[in-house]
Design a protein around this ligand. Structure first.
Ligand code: NAG
Ligand code: NAG
Ligand code: NAG
Ligand code: NAG
Ligand code: NAG
Ligand code: NAG
Ligand code: NAG
Ligand code: NAG
Ligand code: NAG
Ligand code: NAG
Ligand code: NAG
Ligand code: NAG
Length: 539
């Protein structure tokens, strides 16, 4: 067997890879398993045009494979969403509820109870895969109270983790547990390019005796939106789209939307248009990264045996319902994400309307690797049969759960005392993007007979929002007051059931599924705020 003769001594950061070239006991069978690449972007929407700058990714992944038009995240915020991707679980089961250590973002408790069972750990320990990570992990990764950058999550044989949250320059990477500091020289430090280069190095020096899983997680297009020098003037004339829900008053919506000022100030509009252009500029480097990875796999003769997934941790809004910019909302622009996949047995140029969610990525990847997902506690389901054309829509799931815990401590923003305590992410004109009572859960239904969203808030109004996505794709009209008690009760019951689901019970048929059966035993298991409030007032 070839030892480390492919290892140039200068590639210090890849010493570990070379050592594992020796790893024995790898059967010929596992060597034939397909390779898997997951490219995860940060804050990349699909609803407000996020895929527009990504022409190479659309051509090299989308046109060569399948694009999902109904792909959602279980929570529209970085850390909870990333935890859902890694664990295949809804937030109520992985317990990562916000972006702080106290909310379990990369906390010791997470490391102990969830990280060790995340899908990369199963791939590595039980499916014979070598695993490579490069980029942004969980927002608090590298925190001194969570083991610092010395902590290498157990799923990864090759680890390049960005310390903390998104950056483009002046950051620290954990290279297999050792801090590597970077400055602000484009040719050496621009993070999207560093991730691309390190990924190509991995492809070159990895073991050829094991299949690989590679996850490349770009901070782009998250703030601070620093473009590569050659792209700094791109999209000069681009503006955020003026869709029907842009800069309008969401007066029938929950409190946080009602506090937004409509119309927005001109300075807010200028700021969001500028941010919109800057986001797109950062994506041009992501597009280059995708091209480099695909071309390298092609040159190496590995492309035909490699699945490539491209997606995001949450969507984004710029001006919708007069909120300047962020995620964290229940609306389509924040919960819907791009998802394109190419790979063996996936026919080119397919579009699928089947409902998929980020909790399905782990189960799908394990399925590809030949690991029986039923042995895990995951809430999601493998969509490999969908990609291979082996699943018809009448047998597929019809709803998913979205859960979000609003961020905001019980102190007033000193600049905005009138809003009271509990708000966060406030703009200079005191329009806030989040608050502790922006805590909600939704059922998102996509069935032959219905395309709906039902949401309940844990606020002092127990606010309910309902949208008929067929009639109202921009979610301009909340129909909670007109849709009828029968519908509200059925959806409330389904929501409670999903909020308390685990594993197989998360995959039971939804209200609009012909296979749905009402089960009164499930009535009292959920944490439905609306239901509990109604019970309290009845007493
Ligand atoms: C953090 O995770 C641990 C382990 O899952 C759990 O016991 C704890 O309740 C979580 N904390 C929060 C704030 O949810
Ligand atoms: C990086 O850090 C240097 C030194 O502190 C500073 O001058 C520079 O502005 C920073 N650049 C970026 C893009 O953060
Ligand atoms: C990436 O690699 C290319 C080709 O070797 C090199 O020109 C470029 O400077 C590298 N970029 C970074 C940020 O390391
Ligand atoms: C874009 O704007 C910048 C700064 O205003 C300017 O320098 C550049 O020439 C413009 N580029 C194009 C392609 O219009
Ligand atoms: C804001 O912009 C609009 C449209 O460009 C313009 O009509 C209006 O006068 C501006 N308002 C202020 C206060 O500058
Ligand atoms: C996919 O469709 C595009 C646009 O119709 C076409 O140009 C391209 O050749 C197709 N790709 C494949 C692999 O069939
Ligand atoms: C997993 O469980 C489901 C539902 O019980 C069953 O239909 C499926 O065949 C099982 N898959 C495997 C690979 O055991
Ligand atoms: C879809 O699958 C179900 C169950 O496997 C089957 O009963 C039904 O006939 C199929 N429908 C179509 C249109 O193929
Ligand atoms: C995050 O969640 C934890 C646990 O509930 C809470 O203590 C903390 O205040 C939350 N952080 C924010 C910013 O809301
Ligand atoms: C804020 O929360 C803390 C901890 O829950 C509590 O001790 C304190 O009284 C609260 N302060 C206010 C102003 O509500
Ligand atoms: C939400 O919290 C804010 C800030 O504390 C408060 O002003 C508002 O009344 C609350 N709204 C609801 C519906 O609970
Ligand atoms: C949603 O709107 C469509 C198109 O207007 C309509 O056919 C359908 O009945 C509506 N669904 C509900 C649940 O109101």
């Amino acid at each position: 067997m070839a030892s480390n003769r492919f290892c140039p001594p200068t590639l210090l950061s890849f010493l570990l890879i070379c050592v594992t070239l020796w790893s024995s006991g790898v059967s010929a069978k596992s060597a034939q398993r397909p390779n898997i690449v997951l490219i995860l972007t940060d804050d990349l929407d699909i609803v407000i045009g996020g895929l527009s700058p990504l022409n190479k990714a659309k051509k090299l992944i989308g046109e060569e494979g399948i694009s999902f038009t109904n792909a959602f995240v279980a929570s529209p915020l970085c850390c909870p969403s990333r935890a859902s991707i890694l664990t295949g679980k809804y937030p109520h089961n992985h317990h990562v509820i916000n972006n702080t250590l106290e909310g379990n973002c990369s906390s010791k408790a997470w490391q102990k109870s969830e990280e060790a069972n995340a899908f990369p750990a199963l791939l590595r320990a039980h499916a014979g895969y070598q695993t490579f990570f490069a980029g942004k992990y969980l927002n608090q990764y590298g925190h001194s109270e969570a083991g610092g950058v010395e902590h290498v999550p157990p799923g990864w044989s090759h680890w390049i983790g960005l310390e903390k949250n998104s950056k483009y320059y002046n950051y620290t990477l954990s290279v297999n547990g050792k801090a590597q500091k970077h400055g602000a020289d484009y040719s050496k430090d621009y993070l999207t390019d560093v991730l691309a280069n390190m990924s190509l190095d991995f492809l070159q020096y990895k073991s050829s005796f094991q299949p690989f899983f590679m996850m490349v997680s770009t901070p782009a297009p998250h703030s601070p939106w620093t473009a590569a020098p050659q792209y700094q003037n791109s999209f000069n004339a681009t503006k955020a789209p003026r869709d029907p829900n842009f800069n309008v008053h969401g007066k029938d919506k929950h409190w946080l939307i009602r506090q937004a000022k409509t119309p927005m100030s001109n300075s807010s509009v200028q700021f969001l248009d500028d941010a919109f252009r800057k986001r797109w500029r950062t994506l041009l480097s992501v597009d280059d990264l995708v091209e480099k990875i695909v071309k390298t796999l092609e040159v190496r003769g590995e492309l035909d045996n490699t699945y490539i997934f491209f997606t995001s941790d949450n969507g984004y809004h710029t001006g919708q319902f007069s909120l300047p910019m962020d995620k964290r909302q229940l609306y389509e622009f924040d919960i819907r994400v791009p998802l394109m996949v190419r790979g063996p047995n996936i026919k080119p140029n397919q579009t699928s309307q089947m409902l998929v969610a980020n909790v399905d990525l782990g189960p799908t990847i394990l399925d590809i690797a030949g690991y029986n997902v039923n042995k895990t506690q995951m809430d999601g389901t493998s969509f490999l049969p969908v990609m291979e054309g082996k699943m018809n829509s009448s047998s597929w799931r019809t709803d998913i759960l979205v859960e979000y815990e609003g961020e905001g401590n019980n102190v007033s923003d000193p600049a905005c005392p009138l809003l009271g305590p509990g708000v966060s992410e406030c703009f200079p004109d005191c329009v806030c993007e989040d608050s502790y009572n922006n805590t909600y859960a939704c059922v998102r239904t996509v069935a032959a007979s219905a395309n709906l969203q039902y949401c309940e808030f844990d606020d002092n109004q127990v606010f309910v929002e309902v949208y008929n996505m067929t009639a109202d794709p921009y979610q301009l009209t909340n129909i909670a007051d007109s849709i009828g008690q029968d519908f509200l009760e059925k959806m409330n019951h389904r929501l409670m059931m999903l909020q308390s689901c685990s594993g197989q019970s998360c995959r039971t048929p939804g209200v609009y599924d012909p296979r749905y059966k009402f089960d009164p035993r499930q009535m009292f298991t959920g944490r439905s705020w609306r239901f509990n409030r109604l019970r309290q007032t009845m007493k």
